[in-house]
Design a protein around this ligand. Structure first.
Ligand code: URP
Ligand code: ZN
Ligand code: ZN
Length: 466
């Protein structure tokens, strides 16, 4: 006998309807009104929304970066994700310079094995095409292993940045395969000049992380990588963490021209700003040092409109947490030494629901689309993930639209000693979270087994709305 979620409103990107959901084993067996309760364990969902589990396609768990390692490993990061209503993540395996991609694949599988609390996939962050570009063949091998998206960084010179030739060659290969290139778009070499000039002028505080990374440097990189995609014959391209109107307009222009270009923004760019959160006394604003940086508040409305109008298809977190006390403080003397990244995996669903749906900026259906259905489609997991429908994995949220919650580091599960959303009050939260049919979260408590999460062998994704 199964579990019957009864009397709730089932939401997809297309519609909201009253229906019961029958879970049998790991799968959804039926979605229909008036399913007989006989013999099933019944979950009373009257007044509740029944949503597909959230999918966060941009996380950095257990990642070496900025002279340290991100504070959430696979256990803690995926537990926090589940508590916040996210049932799938796609994390980044980082290829080390001078090493084939397979090494990174094995390293990241070892990091996650026995630890992940929810299902997870991997992107491959490409840093080196190898001797005579021999490791371009690794791209084909990765696709066979279920890694169908490849990340490149146009920023972080001498660490992760690749040049245009590398991007172009990678795109030629992914274009042939139908795979996706995800892009951190910022002009890293120009930013480096501005950074060195700021340091020489004695500007060493966290605010200068933001002031040395102008919006034009982001927009220029988006423009350039769109051109590279076009030159490569129309390579499927996904711009990660779009933070400002200028960069978003470049994505919009590319899509208008019919190019296979998509984009995401992240929760922090929708609700935080340089005015509200940077320039705080002491070293406090090191908590908000991530890349791209927080932007002026005037960017928030255009970004929300882009999310609503499908200029941007996804809202993710770029969860890359570092503790304040012993990690962010590595940069006390110079902002360049502050590990870049912020915590957010736990709060994405609450914040996008509250500031999106409750505030009338996006519909309920669009909320489901940008947090679950579109990521599943773009990253080759649909309809296994991303929808409450017969045959799909039973990754389901019983979502209480009236539940009030105050975000605070004091009660969060993420392993940071602060929250960038401290004191934010939200209405709407996951009451119950099912992952492949198993009740893993009830009333904010994680009930699942550590290590139960499975590696997702992803297929090729779709180009959204192209
Ligand atoms: O500051 C950030 N975003 N850290 C993680 C690496 C990246 O650029 O996504
Ligand atoms: Zn990035
Ligand atoms: Zn990132």
């Amino acid at each position: 006998m199964g579990t019957l979620i009864k009397g709730g409103k089932v939401v997809s990107a297309r519609e909201t309807r009253l229906a019961d959901v029958l879970i049998e084993g790991e799968k959804i067996a039926r979605v229909a009104p008036g399913i007989e309760a006989a013999g099933h364990t019944v979950v009373d969902a009257k007044g509740m929304l029944v949503l597909p589990g959230g999918i966060d396609v941009h996380t950095h768990l257990d990642m070496p970066f900025g002279g340290t390692v991100s504070a959430d490993d696979y256990e803690w990061g995926t537990r926090a994700a589940a508590i916040g209503g996210t049932t799938t993540v796609i994390d980044f395996a980082l290829q080390s310079m001078g090493k084939p991609m397979m090494e990174a694949f094995k390293t990241w599988r070892a990091k996650s094995e026995g630890k992940a609390c929810i299902d997870y996939g991997l992107h491959m962050a490409v840093t080196d095409l190898g001797p005579n570009d021999a490791w371009l063949d690794d791209v084909d091998e990765m696709v066979r292993l279920g890694i169908t998206s490849f990340k490149i960084f146009m920023a972080y010179p001498n660490v992760l940045m690749v040049n245009d030739a590398t991007i172009f060659k990678l795109m030629q290969r992914t274009q042939k395969l139908g795979a996706l290139v995800c892009v951190h778009a910022e002009n890293g070499t120009v930013i480096d000049v501005i950074v060195q000039q700021a340091l020489a002028a004695g500007h060493t505080g966290p605010l200068y992380h933001a002031l040395t990374r102008p919006v034009t440097a982001e927009a220029e990189a988006v423009h350039r990588v769109v051109a590279l995609s076009e030159l490569a014959g129309g390579a499927n391209t996904y711009i990660v963490h779009v933070s400002c109107e200028e960069a978003m307009r470049e994505v919009e222009a590319a899509r208008r021209r019919g190019l296979p270009v998509m984009g995401e923004t992240c929760t922090q760019y929708l609700v935080l700003s340089i005015e509200d959160d940077m320039g705080k006394p002491g070293f406090e604003d090191a908590k908000y040092v991530f890349t791209p940086p927080l932007r002026e508040k005037k960017n928030q409305a255009p970004l929300w409109s882009a999310v609503k109008d499908d200029v941007l298809q996804v809202v993710s977190t770029d969860h890359c947490p570092f503790r304040f006390k012993d990690q962010k403080t590595l940069g006390l003397e110079a902002f360049t030494k502050i590990p870049n990244g912020g915590p957010g995996i736990e709060n994405r669903m609450q914040l996008v629901y509250h500031h999106g749906v409750n505030a009338g900026r996006i519909s309920l259906e669009r909320f489901v689309e940008v947090t679950a259905e579109a990521p599943a489609k773009i990253f080759g997991m649909f309809p296994k993930k991303g929808i409450v429908a017969a045959g799909s994995d039973a990754d389901i949220l019983v979502w209480d639209p009236e539940a009030k919650y105050t975000i605070t580091a004091a009660t969060q599960s993420m392993h940071t000693d602060y929250s960038i959303f401290e004191g934010f009050e939200v209405k709407g939260n996951a009451q119950q979270v099912f992952s492949r049919g198993e009740l893993v979260v009830q009333g904010g408590k994680f009930l699942g087994r550590v290590g139960r999460g499975q590696y997702l062998h992803r297929g090729l994704g779709e180009v959204a709305g192209g």
